[in-house]
Design a protein around this ligand. Structure first.
Ligand code: IMP
Length: 399
């Protein structure tokens, strides 16, 4: 009997590990694909039927016919989501009633705030403002779109009082003149998609439906456990998924960690192993390491085993997927930061690109993978050898 797919896909580094491809890989024929946190700061690139999709909010499984769910802990930029729904062929999408709306003025406020004191280099998508308004107890939730406009006024007042000192002329104008019309038009587009997704998910797990849950960002950007304060505003790790869904797991989910053969980060903050030199530039160029959402250069460096081990402690991965080893094809030497904090050197490898069979990989790459597995004590069962879905090595039956 075929196993029911129940997987959580989490980035093991600072985001951009190639989760989109992994989600797509496991999403074939699944009933539900879920985004459990973050917002349009994320950007997944998926190649599907010859077209390139850059999805920021829609869970990538919708391209394969799964019902997409955005949980209570996702912050929703209505413009972005509406466009993604319109540009994707008839996706089935449900949004939790408790999810917070990223108001258009939040983007201006995000950029202003990040510039005004000790900026961390946010993506400028209003994500931090939306999450802080949730904690300020003044945010506008998806369920508010279904309420009479007379009930919106009080909400607007609270949001105004929280941010008025930071608002520029255009934002004040938008806030006082256009906000109601904007939310009204969005309400008519989204009203039939707003439900209690926690109740649905709980019921459907019990009914043995299949699920892929995708994380945005990565473990080291987690608001509690990441490289604070250079982090995003939500919990990005597997142990936080149940809180976001609004139900516990009545059945086991596999926790899948995705990491690159090297490491990247965008925005500011510490980066052990960073290659701020020609080698880093070379990796960036070959690996096309530029932000999907912002187009910013990603900083490149060697893989850090202490950080991957920390990610394992936080998430409890059942297995790992290594991506982009092919980017390092032809390098004479590859390094990683070992568990003792020192750089360890490996002989470089070649001809990884497009390989589909583990034993046909360069023996130097096999040694590199074996070494990581032994140190982290988690099997590496998926090796991505290119951007395409077919360019993948899978060790064992994972479906
Ligand atoms: P924010 O999430 O836009 O508030 O940005 C906070 C930090 O997280 C910044 O350093 C961003 O560059 C980083 N970040 C947010 N989303 C992503 C992502 O999807 N990939 C990589 N870094 C991200």
């Amino acid at each position: 009997m075929k196993k029911v797919v129940r997987k959580i896909i989490i980035g093991g580094q600072w985001g951009d590990e190639g989760k989109g491809k992994m989600v797509d890989l496991f999403s074939d024929g699944v009933d539900y694909c879920i985004r459990f946190q973050g917002g349009s700061n994320a950007g997944h690139t998926i190649i599907f039927e010859g077209s390139v999709y850059k999805l920021r909010l829609l869970p990538s499984g919708v391209l394969r016919g799964a019902t997409g769910i955005l949980t209570s802990n996702v912050v929703i930029d209505l413009d972005v989501l509406k466009k993604e729904i319109q540009n994707t062929k008839n996706p089935k999408v449900l949004i939790d009633q408790k999810a917070i709306i990223v108001l258009p003025v939040y983007k201006t406020l995000d950029v202003k705030k990040d510039k005004s004191y000790g900026g961390i280099g946010t993506t400028g998508n209003g994500i931090g403002i939306a999450y802080s308004d949730k904690v300020n107890r003044c945010a506008f939730r998806m369920e508010d779109l279904l309420k009479p406009i007379s009930e919106w006024k009080n909400k607007f007042k609270k949001i105004w009082h929280t941010h008025s000192s930071m608002m520029d002329y255009d934002s004040v104008k938008w806030f006082t003149h256009d906000m109601t019309t904007y939310l009204q038009s969005m309400a008519s587009f989204f009203e039939d998609k707003i439900v209690d997704t926690g109740e649905l998910i709980f019921k459907e797990i019990k009914n043995d439906k299949s699920f892929v849950i995708e994380g945005g960002q990565g473990t080291l950007l987690d608001i509690n456990h990441g490289t604070y304060p250079f982090v995003t505003s939500s919990n990005t790790i597997a142990t936080s998924v149940e809180t976001s869904l609004g139900c516990h797991f009545p059945k086991k989910f596999d926790r899948v960690g995705v990491f690159k053969a090297y490491c990247t980060r965008v925005g500011n903050g510490e980066f052990q192993g960073e290659l701020d030199n020609e080698l880093g530039d070379k990796i960036r160029e070959i690996g096309k390491e530029y932000g999907v959402v912002t187009g910013r250069d990603r900083r490149c460096g060697w893989l850090s085993l202490p950080l991957l081990k920390y990610a394992q402690r936080l998430n409890g991965f059942d297995f790992l997927c290594i991506t982009k080893s092919d980017v390092l094809d032809g390098f004479d030497e590859v390094k990683l930061i070992d568990l003792d904090g020192n750089l360890k050197s490996f002989k470089g490898w070649d001809h990884t690109y497009g390989k589909k069979d583990f034993n046909s990989l360069d023996s130097n790459l096999i040694s590199y993978i074996d070494y990581i597995e032994k140190q982290i004590e988690v099997p590496i069962l998926v090796i991505s050898t290119g951007a395409d879905r077919e360019q993948t090595i899978i060790r064992g039956d994972l479906f």
